[in-house]
Design a binder for this molecule. Structure first.
Ligand code: NAP
Ligand code: MG
Length: 402
């Protein structure tokens, strides 16, 4: 069989530890035998990031702007322990943060649904995609502890020196203070990313804040979403047969729990942080969560939601076989290949992506899976495979479908 051809390269961002090992196996077993794979390779492994003073991360993000589609392996975000482990020159920033800042994107996370891995919420039938605004609020807040009696105010000093003040509280006791901010351009690009992704995936968008209590801060989010929707997306949504709807965050939570899934839940930064872990866990497993960063210009970076699975990597280094789940990383590749196929009008490449995903799902539904799934599955007598055996089992199903 002739290999499927590609016209534009994917930006390939290699990573660290166990996921770097899986990356190689996935390419060797599931991609290179079938696709004439074109990639522009960037090594985001921590050693090379350190060697290039993290320039490689910036270059890979710039390449994503140039080509439009990237696929990324999980990477280490250095902390104190990693400084010594890798003898780092600096505590380099999170690659995901750097890439997100350059692409100005929104991260969409969705679970991969298979029979036998049942959501804890009985009504959930389709994936719930969480879109998290990745700028500002409590993540860029200034905080203060106050010792006792005194007045706290918000003060904004304009460039011409004019001051605007708002009383926060007249303290009669010790307490705490916090100053948060956000930016209209950031909220606008968040809204556009959500609406574009909704059109792309033909799903409704739900957005929720606490605008009844936060009449200026949260209300601005609500107004910006509504304005952009009315002016730029209303007609396109109607044509696509999808909806945008706004509600209060507490009402949204109640509706989500009663829903069937199958929509994009746009969340402010904190809500997205918390709710994505809840949704991931309730759907079954972090190792089955996909993640894609979408920029308002329509650049895409696909990855798994989990990290580098360090504990498994240390076992692997000792020569032990691990049963690390490669599914989310495989889906990062299939997502990127499908998007590349869509942009370059390569139906064969898109069909390959579909078949690769179907082969993954069939393998698990037939009872062959990695250890993380075997302990939660409702499938009787699951067979626990090592990562290598599992990837080979997927290959068998893939070959049968090609
Ligand atoms: P992790 O890699 O997500 O793994 C945490 C635990 O979750 C694992 O020890 C494992 O549990 C389970 N797990 C996660 N993915 C799995 C998979 N594919 N198959 C089977 N089990 C899986 O998080 P971490 O160990 O806390 O972080 C390791 C490194 O990843 C850190 O350096 C962090 O900076 C980085 N990180 C990167 C990204 C990213 O690049 N997007 C995201 C998060 C973290 P058991 O050990 O119980 O088997
Ligand atoms: Mg979190």
């Amino acid at each position: 069989m002739a290999k499927i051809t590609m016209t534009t390269p994917l930006v390939e961002m290699d990573g660290d530890e166990m996921t770097r090992i899986l990356w190689r196996w996935i390419k060797d077993e599931l991609l290179l035998p079938f696709v004439d794979l074109k990639t522009e390779y960037y090594d985001l492994g921590l050693e090379y990031r350190n060697e290039t003073n993290d320039q490689v991360t910036v270059d890979s993000a710039e390449a994503t702007k140039k080509y439009g589609v990237a696929v990324k392996c999980a990477t280490i975000t250095p902390n104190a322990a990693r400084m010594t482990e890798y003898d780092l020159k600096e505590m380099w920033k999170s690659p995901n943060g750097t890439i997100r800042a350059i692409l100005d994107g929104t991260v969409f996370r969705a679970p991969i649904i298979v029979k036998g891995i049942e959501p804890y919420v009985k009504t959930w039938k389709k994936p719930i995609t969480i879109a998290r605004h990745a700028y500002g609020d409590v993540y860029k807040a200034s905080e203060m502890k106050v010792a006792g009696t005194g007045k706290a105010e918000l003060v904004f000093t304009a460039e011409d020196g004019t001051e605007t003040r708002e009383l926060i509280h007249n303290f009669k006791s010790a307490g705490v203070l916090q100053g948060q901010h956000n930016l209209e351009p950031s909220i606008e690009s968040f809204a556009r990313s959500c609406f574009n992704y909704a059109l792309d995936t033909k799903q409704d968008v739900w957005f929720a804040t606490k605008d009844t209590i936060s009449k200026k801060y949260d209300h601005t989010f609500k107004d910006i979403f509504q304005e952009i929707y009315d002016n730029e997306y209303d007609a396109k949504f109607k044509e696509a047969g999808i909806e945008y709807f706004y509600t209060l965050i507490d009402d949204a939570v109640a509706r989500v729990m009663r829903s069937e899934g199958g929509y994009i839940w746009a969340c402010k930064n904190y809500d997205g942080d918390v709710m994505s872990d809840m949704v991931a866990t309730a759907f079954g497993s972090l190792s089955m969560m996909t993640s894609v960063l979408v920029s308002p210009e329509g650049n895409y970076e696909y990855e798994a939601a989990h990290g580098t699975v360090q504990r498994h990597y240390y076992k692997h280094l000792k020569g032990e076989k691990t049963s690390t789940n490669p599914i989310a990383t495989i889906f990062a590749w299939s997502g990127a290949l499908r998007k590349r196929g869509e942009l370059d009008k390569l139906p064969e490449l898109m069909a390959f992506a579909d078949k690769l995903e179907a082969a993954c799902i069939k393998t698990i539904e037939d009872g062959e899976m990695t250890g993380d799934l075997a302990i939660i599955t409702t499938t009787p007598n699951p067979k626990t495979l090592t990562s290598e055996e599992f990837i080979k089992a997927i290959r068998k199903n893939l070959e049968a479908s090609l």
